[in-house]
Design a protein around this ligand. Structure first.
Ligand SMILES: Nc1ncnc2c1ncn2[C@@H]1O[C@H](COP(=O)(O)OP(=O)(O)O)[C@@H](O)[C@H]1O
Ligand SMILES: [Mg+2]
Length: 178
């Protein structure tokens, strides 16, 4: 699958990418957030949920212990909701039913540690991997894949700039700035 790499020079750039992503989401979408502890997955999720809810002060607690946190989206389509999951402590894919995965998938799901999903990983998801850059503690490299129909618009929005990146597994030769 083609992947595109974007440089996020600071936290504000991560927040902007998350807000652009929020503006393109619709019920049934899944955003998968990969990357090591401290990469910025929760920061991305928090900014995305705040944009989605239209509330910059929305309380977005970390679901690392509850595993799932639900959000009503009163401004969205009837009955629409978003769920933020952190599956780091998931015992196995069987536990997903107890967490209400099926129901959550009717709305928008944001998943940290999506490797825990196993066979439940949505094939049509937007997958974002965040990686720290050793040279700059404020910068992150984001590798985006999936969403063949929407990825170009997500990356070419006015707040982003640069050229198209490499392929998954390749070197990010044409890393972009956002
Ligand atoms: N460009 C950036 N994008 C995201 N987080 C950043 C960035 N630069 C610094 N940070 C910091 O890195 C930390 C990321 O934490 P968090 O989002 O909880 O990580 P994760 O959920 O991946 O474990 C936060 O303290 C945040 O302020
Ligand atoms: Mg986190």
């Amino acid at each position: 699958m083609d992947a595109t790499t974007v440089t996020l020079p600071d936290l504000a750039a991560t927040h902007r990418l998350a807000a652009r992503c929020a503006s393109m989401l619709r019920p049934g979408d899944a955003v998968l957030l990969d990357g090591p502890l401290g990469a910025g997955k929760s920061e991305f999720a928090r900014a995305l949920l705040r944009a989605l809810a239209g509330d910059p002060a929305l309380e977005v607690p970390s679901p690392s212990f509850t595993l799932v946190q639900g959000y009503a989206l009163p401004g969205g389509p009837a009955g629409s909701a978003a769920h933020h999951l952190d599956l780091y402590r998931l015992a196995g894919p069987d536990e997903m039913a107890e967490l209400g995965w099926e129901e959550a998938r009717e709305g928008i799901v944001l998943v940290e540690w999506p490797d825990r999903l196993g066979p439940l990983r949505p094939a049509d998801a937007l997958a974002i991997t965040l990686a720290p850059l050793p040279a700059d503690p404020d910068a992150r490299l984001a590798t985006l894949s999936g969403w063949p129909d929407r990825l170009p618009a997500l990356l070419d929005a006015p707040a982003a700039s640069g050229t198209s990146g490499g392929t998954s597994g390749g070197t990010p030769g044409a890393a972009r700035s956002a």
